[in-house]
Design a protein around this ligand. Structure first.
Ligand code: SAH
Length: 689
């Protein structure tokens, strides 16, 4: 069987559907999955084990047999814990076939085949009865079906069904309950992920301000969850307006209802400010008494307790529909609404009368009305709101534009055409090749900024550009950020170079291309934690899960072994072990060459540490003296701490084995070879440690 996989082509900027073997999807799923991270989550594993032991004991104390239902068994870990704790029998349900197969092997290897039956089904397909998958209903329900938002992976409908059909009344559940917590905050940084701030442009004829339209101000945005490593957010980037409040709880030992509902709590701000953001996380109590608690609370909530790093559960950032000024001590009502799979928030100043207005309060799930949230995702909003970045573009545009300039901008959802217009270019046109279907920013903002007819949209793709599109003029200034929504890895934005090549015949002989060039940079790093997601686990709480390790390794080697993967490194601290090094350069004043661009060399490891991998990023040289980095923005020489561009993902190439550098007098060198294939737009790389 063949499957089709969508993949952006960095030479055309568009999505292509590639035929892949059936195994491809499955290897992707395993290789990029969070199973390894879960197995490394010691805090989670220990507490599940404690909770399972306690539940089995309670059932045994009642003189009953302990029959366990483990929904979403994955590696079989929780069922093996139950069997070791004395459970009489476990039904381990797993919908994902390769995982169910792995669970069978792992269970067998650990000697539990007679106690654990792995069933490769979705839990809602499982049958109970003498001829069914399960002989009888279970009296212990064990699950780990939670995502950062708690319910996003469908825990509620799964529980609802299990209580109706698969488990006995009065069963024990591990976890016993989950509680969602919230804290109201003001944060310019996080608010900048949701709306566009006014942009100030110093033009020849005075200051111009680009103002977002009112629909954008009040737009609720999109319902998709914003999950981040909140522990990487410094206290200086937000201000807490309320205490931490319990928003709602779900008792998993009782029938669960998945139908949409609302929860409301009263808040009294501890400080006056602008309510913008609801930060949220949850904890699970593994037992009814609440003595075994596993919490996702961020560092400032319980500063004394040790934090467990994990990537499979993080924290959520919810954006209120609009900013609300609040006063210290005033009474506020925060409402959480949820459907089966997602949660959203509203803040009210008056108490809507309980029953009467509940329907009003329980608003629909957020839908973008201003269209900007379809054009820009959250990191992109943040990038466009980055004033120092905008200043670099304004400064360089001012250098290259004149009143005679015929300017073409090629980038998705870019503000550069508006900036070029304000800075006095005679003719400004734009193309967003990857997103021809979407509105251009200046269309969304035309009304509030007198931009009607000022910027012309070219709906053709670069290779189909005709002189008539340009009113028979030659382009004197070609600009790009560059940014394309289809880019996954940093160098995919080199599509700008391909587009530049495609429009070559329309460029004036003395054309200025901005950026004039780009460079790829690399540095060897030791990750504080991110290494875990690619590291084998071996023995987990006494159970041998090496079958899973091997499976992940196979999947990683299947296709992507010589490829980097994108990660936003501001969320994943690392220490530099080498100097940052420029490895390849791309000259946008010339066309893309026919031949590949290759380089090899070596980097010295200058600091003690474990080399987990190489980080790669792009820098764009807007003009000879103005550059922007999408990767490293600062490096503290003393400890090697890195500060990364907070709006971009960097490329991470994990080394297959880790080396520890020790001696600084005779530093170890890492050899590298990189090849930019101009035919595919991809960079292959190899490292020798
Ligand atoms: N229990 C394991 C794995 C948890 S990951 C552990 O704690 O380490 C969750 C797993 O549940 C995934 O493998 C997913 O495929 C599976 N899953 C989710 N919902 C399911 C359902 N309703 N029925 C069966 N499997 C499910």
């Amino acid at each position: 069987m063949k499957t089709f996989c969508g993949r952006a082509n960095p030479t055309t900027g568009s999505m292509e559907w590639l035929e892949e073997g059936e195994d491809y999807d499955y290897h992707q799923e395993i290789a990029r999955s969070r199973y390894a991270d879960m197995l490394h989550d010691k805090d989670r594993n220990v507490k599940y084990y404690q909770g399972i032991r306690a539940a089995v004991s309670r059932v045994k104390e009642r003189g009953e047999k302990a029959i366990v239902l483990d929904i979403g068994t994955g590696t079989g870990l929780l069922s093996m814990m139950a069997a070791s704790a004395g459970a009489d029998f476990c039904y381990a349900i797993e919908v994902f076939k390769p995982m169910a197969n792995a669970a069978v092997k792992i269970v067998e290897k650990n000697g539990f085949s007679d106690k654990i039956k792995v069933i490769n089904k979705h839990s809602t397909e499982v049958t109970v009865g003498p001829d069914g998958d399960m002989q009888c209903r279970a009296n212990i329900l064990v699950t780990e079906l939670f995502d950062t938002e708690l319910i996003g992976e469908g825990a509620l409908p799964t529980y609802e069904h299990a209580h109706k059909y698969l488990i006995q009344e009065g069963c024990e559940a591990v976890p016993h309950r989950a509680t969602v917590y919230v804290q109201l905050v003001e944060s310019r940084r996080m608010w900048s992920w949701k709306k566009l701030f006014p942009i100030h442009v110093e033009a020849e004829d005075g200051e111009k301000i680009l103002v977002p339209p009112s629909e954008m101000e009040n737009c609720p945005g999109l319902p998709s969850v914003c999950d981040i490593q909140l522990n990487q957010m410094p206290l200086s980037d937000f201000s807490t307006l309320s205490d931490v409040v319990k928003m709602f709880s779900v008792d998993f030992s009782k029938p669960v209802q998945s139908a949409s509902t609302c929860y409301r709590v009263q808040l009294e701000p501890v400080k006056s400010g602008k309510a913008q953001i609801v930060l949220s996380w949850w904890d699970i109590d593994m037992d009814p008494s609440g003595m075994i608690n596993c919490s996702m609370a961020p560092y400032w909530v319980k500063p004394t307790s040790a934090l467990q790093w994990r990537d499979h559960w993080m924290q959520c950032v919810y954006f209120l529909p609009h900013e609300e000024p609040v006063l210290q001590g005033e009474k506020l009502y925060l409402t959480a609404c949820r459907d089966e799979y997602s949660v959203w928030y509203n803040l009210q100043k008056t108490r809507a009368d309980e029953e009467e207005h509940k329907a009003d309060v329980c608003v629909e799930s957020p839908v973008c009305r201003c269209r900007a949230h379809l054009l820009w995702n959250r990191p992109r909003f943040g990038e466009l709101n980055d004033q120092s970045r905008t200043r670099q573009y304004i400064k360089s545009l001012r250098k290259v534009l004149t009143t005679d300039s015929v300017c073409l901008c090629i980038s998705d959802g870019s503000l550069l055409p508006m900036l070029a217009h304000y800075l006095g270019a005679k003719q400004v046109q734009c193309m967003q090749p990857s997103r021809i279907d979407l509105y251009h920013p200046h269309e969304l903002m035309a009304g509030t900024n007198n931009l009607e007819d000022k910027i012309k949209i070219i709906e053709a793709r670069p290779e189909l550009l005709k002189p008539s599109h340009l009113e028979d003029k030659k382009i004197s200034v070609l600009v790009g950020e560059p940014f394309f929504t289809t880019s996954l890895l940093p160098w995919h934005n080199l599509y700008f170079w391909y587009a530049r090549t495609a429009v070559s015949s329309h460029l004036a002989s003395n054309v200025t291309v901005l950026p004039q060039s780009a460079s790829l940079h690399m540095m060897i790093v030791e990750f504080q934690d991110l290494w875990r997601i690619r590291s084998p686990c071996g023995i987990c709480e006494g159970f041998d899960v090496r079958t899973m390790d091997d499976m992940i390794k196979d999947s990683l080697n299947f296709r992507e072994s010589k490829e980097a993967e994108p990660h936003p490194l501001w969320e994943y601290p690392c220490k530099s072990l080498s100097e940052p090094q420029e490895v390849l350069t791309f000259d946008f004043t010339k066309t893309v060459p026919e031949h590949c661009l290759s380089t090899e060399g070596s980097v010295k490891l200058l600091r003690k540490g474990k080399s987990h991998g190489a980080v790669l990023w792009m820098e764009y040289h807007l003009t000879a003296d103005i550059s922007v980095s999408t990767g490293l923005v600062q490096l503290s020489n003393e400890k090697g701490n890195c500060e990364w561009n907070p709006h971009c993902k960097q490329g991470v190439y994990f080394f297959s084995s880790v080396i520890e550098s020790e001696i600084l007098s005779d530093p170890t060198a890492v050899e590298y070879a990189m090849n930019f294939d101009t035919k595919t737009g991809e960079i292959a790389m190899d490292f020798k440690l």
